[in-house]
Design a protein around this ligand. Structure first.
Ligand SMILES: Cc1cc2nc3c(=O)[nH]c(=O)nc-3n(C[C@H](O)[C@H](O)[C@H](O)COP(=O)(O)O)c2cc1C
Length: 186
């Protein structure tokens, strides 16, 4: 029978995510770590959060540090492995783009640079919230992570799930002042 810890890990792994490389500068060198525990937090002010294992080097480096979040593309699986310390002996070509605030990986579909906003105790992790100061998007499909494996996007579902919700980017019912629980197009 699977241990409770194994089942918990399986539960959490059912939640599909993107994959990022969080970067920072420290003492003249660049450090990066692969992170899928990344989430948007707030639009006003613009805040995002990353969750770092206390045992990682990155966790110590991010205390009061400016950091970058490089959202990886479907073709950047090797970079995800490299910055997780899993690349083995295979050389990985890491290319950087000029960026003022935090190290920026070349070829990513999205990049955000953040200054420290808050840090919270997250048990064996630390939750770092950053205020987004720079951001950029490029064309490209994302790299996905689900069930302990990398995946690629299959395509959009035919119906939108969020029209009428507070997150609807078009404003929709929210902007029009319609009731929050109006029927949506599920
Ligand atoms: C797909 C994937 C996602 C990961 N997500 C996280 C994460 O959200 N938080 C974390 O602390 N480590 C995560 N890791 C593990 C770190 O990338 C790994 O521990 C890395 O070696 C830390 O580097 P450092 O100790 O040099 O900072 C992930 C690894 C992989 C492969």
């Amino acid at each position: 029978m699977a241990s409770p810890e194994r089942v918990l890990r399986d539960c959490l792994g059912r939640f599909g995510t993107g994959v990022t490389v969080v970067t920072t500068r420290h003492g003249g060198t660049v450090h990066g770590a692969t992170v899928n525990a990344f989430t948007s937090v707030s639009l006003d002010p613009p805040l995002v959060m990353v969750s770092l294992d206390r045992r990682s080097r990155m966790c110590g480096l991010l205390a009061d540090a400016t950091f970058g979040v490089n959202i990886l593309g479907a073709e950047q699986r090797d970079l995800a492995l490299c910055f997780a310390g899993l690349a083995g002996t295979r050389p990985v070509d890491v290319a950087w783009e000029p960026a003022a605030l935090a190290p920026r990986l070349a070829g990513c579909p999205a990049y955000l640079a953040c200054t420290p906003w808050a840090a919270y105790d997250g048990g064996d992790h630390v939750l770092y919230v950053g205020e987004v100061r720079e951001f950029d998007v490029e064309p490209g499909e994302p790299l996905l992570f689900h069930g302990g494996r990398f995946h690629e996007l299959v395509g959009p579902s035919r119906r939108t799930a969020w029209s009428g919700s507070l997150d609807d980017p078009t404003g929709g019912a929210w902007a029009a002042g319609a009731p929050l629980l109006s029927p949506s197009a599920h």
